[in-house]
Write a protein of this length. Structure first.
Length: 286
């Protein structure tokens, strides 16, 4: 279904896919970003054995490697591999996994192997810079705002640690373009709540290796607009990123709870389980 809407300004915050959206507005728009791929591995918390993060400042590929305690696990990464195109579900290269395991193994409490990897996930960085650049690690992690003739405002680049000022700058600029004037931030001190019980009880745990419960699923559906199993296990919780096998095992229970909440039939349940299993396989380390 195609829906037509009118607006004084549209914000394009589509990350690695921002240039494709810009071309919808202006077929002659020159690319803003180039791409690099970053791989992260998740291990059991015993591999780090501390509450503090570990930074490895010099590695064979010239990047800094981090080992971080994360939600009861150890997060290790990241790589920097130039790629030509962005994809919705990027996959780690064997060489990237080997690099992280070998480098981190020199400093962790014990040397990890592929069998110890609970989840492997890949992010694509939209880097503001020339597509002819070979060493993407040398490109700036700064962000940029671009506005075309139809008031399509594109914000791209940046990194995790700058998402807040990026959002603020984008909203301020969009407000100006729309003639709304400057307004003070309404969310500067707003806390982002974690998973809570939506049913009045703690709920039952969905897997012994992860802290998520049936109440978290209900919360996601009723109050956080979750509509698919992937929404719950990858976007409202971090189950898929913490332990891919556990997330796959949780999928049937999650689908059952969601079907009841959303008044879906058994065919919907089965389809959701299969879709999630197919997607989640890319997070396993074979």
């Amino acid at each position: 279904e195609i829906v037509t809407a009118t607006s004084k300004c549209v914000i394009n915050a589509t990350g690695a896919f921002c240039d494709a959206v810009r071309e919808m507005s202006d077929a002659h728009a020159k690319p803003l970003v180039t791409f690099s791929q970053g791989v992260h591995l998740v291990l059991d918390q015993s591999f780090l054995g501390a509450e503090n993060a570990l930074m490895i400042p010099k590695t064979d590929d010239g990047r800094v490697l981090f080992c971080i305690p994360w939600l009861g696990h150890t997060l290790v990464g990241t790589t920097d591999t130039p790629i030509e195109q962005a994809s919705l579900e990027p996959e780690a290269r064997e060489s990237e996994i080997d690099f992280i395991l070998e480098t981190a193994g020199r400093y962790l409490c014990k040397k990890p192997s592929r069998a110890n990897i609970l989840s492997v996930f890949v992010g694509i960085r939209p880097l503001v810079g020339s597509r002819s650049t070979v060493n993407t690690a040398s490109l700036s992690r700064g962000y940029t705002i671009d506005v075309d003739r139809s008031n399509l405002l594109t914000i791209t680049g940046g990194k995790w640690t700058t998402y807040r000022p990026m959002a603020e700058d984008a909203i301020d600029r969009a407000s100006e373009l729309a003639g709304l004037g400057a307004k003070a931030s309404q969310t500067r001190n707003l806390e982002i709540p974690g998973p809570t019980s939506a049913s009045g009880s703690p709920g039952r745990y969905l897997h012994p290796d992860l802290p998520y419960t049936s109440a978290d699923v209900i919360m996601a559906v009723r109050h956080e607009m979750a509509r698919t199993v992937e929404d719950v296990l990858a976007r409202r919780t971090r189950a898929l990123f913490l332990n891919a096998n556990a997330a796959i095992a949780m999928a049937p229970a999650v689908a059952g709870i969601m079907a009841k909440e959303l008044e879906k039939d058994r065919i919907w349940e089965i389809d959701q389980i299969e879709q999630f299993r197919h997607m989640a396989k890319t997070y396993e380390c074979s």
